[in-house]
Design a binder for this molecule. Structure first.
Ligand code: F6P
Length: 358
């Protein structure tokens, strides 16, 4: 049997996952490894195993496809994280079952493509003796250990496209339009999307806001003769002295969402203006990856195979200073990258008259 590298995609899907898989397959082939993909994240490692051989035939042409051809889940038996940073232990028998399957299939290294929670699981598998390499993925771009995750640029692209479309309707009707975007506990998608899409107000978790200040900004715009106002709100944003708005709780994990409607109501009440809310939701996770994400994902996939080939187990590929590097998974997990409230990007936004409602 040829030596084998395993690969799985875990957590919320995003554009670029298939580009990573393609990169892994092509780079592995060059180095003499066969690639075996596990379906539906870590669940594919549960006995009797759910897997398929990945080769140039079934990965040809997948780069532009959104989602992941081997499936994913952000729930299941291997969950190692609950809520914002709480770690749970993956049961011993679950890890033992995964080890057996990997040994039976002669898999010498496992590439885990996932966000913070999935990398926490990879860390526990690594501690249990499974050779893991991490590839950071999330539209939220919230991992401190890498300058960028793939999926982020594509998500921001969706936000910008939506803002461009909504701008004209806001102006025509002289309305306020509130656009709720993803990002969990960070405001990267809202900040980048809002800046590039010409938003007038951006609300992010890192800068708690005040409804009266938002209303003041809108009234000032009216006074200056602007016809419409675009407000971008991150799903994790909250009012000063307020709480994050949660949709539901599933197995100890909560889903954020709903702040857009609350903000729209408060604005309408304070300004008397017609206000509408548009929630972009999972649109931000679908569709073809941008050029930047295709290249980043390919580089991550290739680098992950090189790290496996050189035996650098327990590490994660990381993008720093335009280079592919490696960091230890243990150092990478549970370090949330927040938007610096006094950083240059926020200041630039303020300098082009964007209000943060503070
Ligand atoms: O982490 C990616 C993400 O899309 C977040 O921005 C969002 O809060 C969450 O996943 C949504 O998860 P689900 O797909 O379970 O609704």
């Amino acid at each position: 049997m040829r030596r084998r590298i395993g690969v799985l995609t875990s957590g919320g899907d995003c554009p670029g996952l298939n580009a990573v898989l393609r990169g892994v397959v092509l780079a592995s082939d060059k180095l003499g490894w066969e690639v075996i993909g596990f379906r539906d994240g870590f669940e594919g490692l549960l006995p009797p195993g759910d897997h398929l051989i990945l080769d140039h035939r079934n990965t040809n042409g997948i780069m532009p496809l959104g989602g992941t051809i081997i499936g994913t889940t952000n729930r299941g038996h291997f969950a190692a994280k609950v809520g914002a940073g709480d770690r749970t232990i993956v049961p011993r028998d679950v890890i033992a079952g995964a080890k057996t399957i990997l040994a039976e299939l002669n898999v010498g290294a496992l590439i885990v493509v996932g966000g913070d929670g999935s990398l926490m699981t990879a860390q526990q598998l690594q501690e249990a003796g499974i050779n893991c390499i991490g590839v950071p993925k999330t539209i939220d771009n919230d991992l401190e250990a890498t300058a960028m995750t793939f999926g982020f640029d594509s998500a921001v692209d969706v936000v910008v496209d939506a803002l461009d479309r909504l701008h004209t309707t806001a102006t025509s009707h002289k309305r306020v339009i509130v656009v709720e975007v993803m990002g969990r506990h960070t405001g990267w998608i809202a900040l980048h999307g809002g800046l590039a899409g010409g938003a007038d107000v951006i609300l992010i978790p890192e800068i708690p806001f005040d409804y009266d200040k938002i209303a003041d900004a809108i009234k000032a715009r009216d006074g200056a003769g602007h016809l419409g106002t675009m407000v971008v709100v991150a799903e994790g944003a909250k009012a000063r002295h307020g709480q994050q708005v949660k949709r539901d709780v599933e197995g100890g994990e909560f889903r954020l969402g709903g702040i857009g409607d609350v903000v729209a109501r408060e604005i309408a009440g304070r300004t008397g203006k017609e206000t509408r809310c548009c929630v972009l939701g999972h649109l931000q996770r679908g569709g073809a990856p941008t050029v930047l994400d295709r290249i980043l994902a390919t580089r991550f996939g290739v680098k992950a195979v090189q790290l496996a080939n050189e035996g650098h187990f327990g590490t994660m590929v990381s993008y720093q200073n335009y280079q592919m590097r490696r960091v230890s998974i243990a150092d990478a997990v549970n370090r949330l990258k927040l938007v610096p409230p006094n950083g240059e990007l926020v200041q630039t936004a303020r300098d082009v008259d964007i209000s943060f409602g503070d």
